[in-house]
Design a protein around this ligand. Structure first.
Ligand SMILES: [Zn+2]
Ligand SMILES: [Zn+2]
Ligand SMILES: [Zn+2]
Length: 203
C-alpha cells in the first residue's frame, strides 16, 4: 500500500508537469493560437496568469470560490482526473488510487493557498512563484513539488531567495539537503534566469 502510494505521488507529479504544459498552457503554433485538447481549461489558466501578474501573485478567483468560473473549472477538472486515475489504478494498486485522490486535493489546497498568501508561496513553493513571475512563463511546470522540473530540466530559478532548500522541495535536515543538492547540481541542474556569478569564497 505504501509503495503504491509513493509511486502514485511520483506519477501525479509527472501528470502535473504534462497537464500544465500541454493542456493548461497549450502547444505553441506559429501564426495560430496555442493548441490545447481542453481549450476551456487553457483559457481559464491564461486568465489566471494575467490576474496573478497584475496583482503580485494574488488571485481573487480563490476568494470568490466556486462562484468564480475559473475556480469551479479547476475543482471539476481535478475531480475528473482524480476519479479517472483512481478507477484506472484501483485494480493494480489501492495505494496508487489513494495517491491520485490525495494529489488532487493537495494540488487544490497548495495552489489556492499560494495565491491567497503570496508570502507563503514564496517560501513553500518558490518554483510556482517563478512560474508566474519570470518573463518566460513556459517553465517550472510542477506546482506541489518540483520533481519533474528537475528531472526534465525545466526548473528555472530567478533568484537565490527563490531557490528551494533541496530539489525534493521538502524540508529536510541540512545534511540530507546537501547530498540532494550535490546530486541535482551534477545530474539534474536547475537553470537560472540570468547567469549569476557565483560568489567565490577564498579561504
Ligand atoms: Zn501556468
Ligand atoms: Zn483579492
Ligand atoms: Zn498559479
Amino acid at each position: 500500500m505504501l509503495k503504491g502510494f509513493l509511486v502514485g505521488l511520483v506519477v501525479a507529479n509527472g501528470f502535473e508537469w504534462v497537464a500544465h504544459k500541454y493542456i493548461l498552457h497549450g502547444t505553441h503554433r506559429s501564426g495560430k493560437p496555442r493548441y490545447s485538447p481542453v481549450p476551456d481549461s487553457m483559457k481559464s489558466h491564461w486568465e489566471h496568469h494575467r490576474e496573478v501578474r497584475k496583482t503580485t501573485f494574488h488571485d481573487h478567483g480563490y476568494v470568490e470560490g466556486i462562484s468564480n468560473w475559473r475556480t469551479k473549472n479547476e475543482i471539476i477538472s481535478l475531480a475528473v482526473v482524480a476519479g479517472a486515475a483512481s478507477v484506472l489504478f484501483y485494480p493494480i494498486s489501492k495505494g496508487m488510487a489513494a495517491a491520485a485522490v490525495y494529489s488532487a486535493c493537495n494540488y487544490y489546497y497548495i495552489h489556492r493557498r499560494a495565491h491567497l498568501e503570496p508570502d507563503w508561496a514564496m517560501k513553500k513553493i518558490p518554483w510556482h512563484y517563478d512560474h508566474h513571475m519570470n518573463s518566460n512563463q513556459d517553465a517550472n511546470w510542477c506546482v506541489t513539488k518540483p520533481w519533474f522540473d528537475y528531472i526534465l530540466g525545466t526548473r528555472v530559478i530567478s533568484s537565490q531567495n527563490l531557490q528551494e532548500q533541496n530539489p525534493l522541495g521538502i524540508a529536510l535536515p541540512q545534511s540530507i539537503s546537501k547530498v540532494l543538492n550535490f546530486v541535482a547540481e551534477n545530474y539534474f541542474p536547475a537553470k537560472w534566469v540570468e547567469t549569476m556569478p557565483k560568489l567565490e569564497v577564498k579561504v
